[in-house]
Design a protein around this ligand. Structure first.
Ligand code: MV4
Length: 449
């Protein structure tokens, strides 16, 4: 079914995910091109890609976000595809379109689909149309303070105002009564207009102590869709996830099955292709409500890989080459055991302040059930310009208890010297009774600190 296998792939990213994509390409026998900023000249992706091109100075705006520089690098190295990783240009519909116009395959959904999923209020309306549960809220964008008050009165306070072009927690306002609603709506619209070039705001019932649960999907370019279970992502601080696991300890099988079936239909109808994540909030009754679609591979994808045995990045590339899901998966998706990921960040474990610098000592754990995805090496430098992710530590076991035990063992053997990391924080989380019991929500870290 493959239209034409790729002869060379450019990776428009850095750090651990660039290395992860290089590994998938090596597994497929496809040569790679790394692009790098001046700050990443001595990084492992540069070393392990077949070719490497410097695309500009350290600042992302002039390197990893610089579309003309990346397209130039792709043209001089004669690649036939670009993998954007996560962050940077991964959900930039304009970039996907420029790739397409330059005859380079963008490894991700079609530009029009990326654009429509980026309009959160539109994604919400589409999901509703296909029977995916959404929270009660406004029908589309709010047109006036009066409409906001009327809608909020109908569904009941508290409500949350969200920027339609926002996402990931930016441009939101929680509102507790009708008196403060017009002022908060105005603030939300101002902020959205300044930050996202669209002042569109919508409204939803506010869930005060939700769990964050997201479904992984793969869709080929021939209309086949598979849902690869969910990830529990409630352990986070200020919208930065710290620890993720699969399956969720809180999701009832009946809810998982019902939502998966609805999602499959919606994703088909949207014409979504490649890998994607659909985010939900779980309320205190254990019910799920759609919030947004992430049209990219995510940081926490390895926990899904662990429990399904499916290589998601390899699947992304094969989908982009025109292969079908039945060819790629080779049978029904099967789930085994439980997986947990700890994000090891270069940061102070108490203040969370970034802690860039040189790694003077390093011991990476291994052993049964342990995976480490990292671009870190002895004497390597974590630059201050980008996110602070140093490594992802993934533990897999037959059940949640075994995964936790293996994670604790691996954290004990994980040594990073020269910079501060979140390793001590993870050791503490893994010993918290609420974490061990699986009884936590998105306020876990805030409540605990
Ligand atoms: C919400 C919510 C409560 N009620 N929507 C934050 C990120 C963005 N993707 C959606 N977010 C939220 N939306 C309603 N109707 C609470 C959050 C939220 C949150 C969600 C997931 C994980 C962490 C969070 C932390 C604070 C707020």
């Amino acid at each position: 079914m493959a239209s034409a296998p790729f002869k060379k792939i450019l990776i428009a990213n850095r750090g651990e995910i660039a290395l992860r994509i290089i590994c998938a390409c090596k597994d497929l026998g496809i040569p790679t091109v790394a692009v790098y900023s001046e700050a990443d000249r001595h990084s492992l992706p540069v070393r392990f890609a077949d070719q490497a091109v410097c695309i500009g100075p350290a600042k992302s705006a002039r390197s990893y976000l610089d579309i003309p520089s990346i397209i130039s690098a792709a043209e001089i190295t004669n690649v036939d595809a670009i993998h954007p990783g996560y962050g940077f240009l991964s959900e930039n519909a304009g970039f996907a379109e420029v790739c397409e116009m330059s005859g380079i395959k963008f490894i991700g959904p079609k530009p029009g689909v990326i654009a429509s999923m980026g309009i959160k209020e539109r994604a919400r309306a589409i999901m509703k149309d296909y029977g995916v549960p959404i929270l009660p809220g406004s029908e589309g964008v709010l047109q006036s303070p009066e409409e906001a008050i009327e809608t909020a009165a109908k569904i009941g306070f508290p409500v949350i105002l969200k920027a339609s072009a926002g996402g990931g927690g930016r441009g939101m306002r929680v509102c507790w009564n009708a008196e403060e609603l017009p002022g908060l709506l105005n603030q939300a619209q101002q902020e959205a207009g300044a930050a996202f070039s669209s002042a569109d705001v919508y409204l939803e019932k506010f869930i005060q102590a939700p769990r964050h649960i997201e479904f992984q999907l793969l869709a080929d370019e021939h209309g086949n869709v598979e849902i690869l279970g969910e990830r529990e992502c409630s352990i986070q601080r200020r919208h930065q996830k710290l620890l993720e696991e699969s399956p969720s300890p809180a999701l009832r099988p009946e809810v998982r099955n019902r939502v998966s079936e609805k999602l499959k239909e919606a994703i088909k109808a949207i014409g979504y292709s490649n890998a994607g994540t659909v985010e939900f909030l779980m309320d205190e009754n254990g019910d799920l409500y759609f919030i947004e679609v992430n049209a990219r591979i995510q940081v926490e994808h390895p926990v899904t890989e662990a429990v399904t045995g499916i290589d998601l990045v390899k699947s992304q590339i094969r989908i982009a080459m025109g292969e079908t899901l039945p060819e790629i998966l080779g049978g029904p998706v099967q789930f085994y055991g439980h997986a947990i990921e700890c994000r090891i960040n270069a940061e102070n474990p108490v203040t969370f302040a970034p802690s860039p610098g040189r790694i003077t000592g390093l011991n990476l754990p291994g052993g049964n059930g342990i995976r480490v995805d990292t671009h870190a090496y002895q004497d390597g430098v974590i630059p201050p310009y980008y996110d602070s992710l140093v490594a992802k530590l993934i533990a897999h076991g037959k059940d949640r208890d075994e995964a936790i035990a293996r994670m604790k063992r691996a954290l004990d053997l994980f040594v990073v010297e020269g910079i501060h990391t979140s390793i001590p924080l993870h050791k503490r989380i893994l010993n918290e009774p609420d974490f061990v019991a699986g009884t936590f929500d998105t306020n876990f870290i805030k409540r605990w600190m």
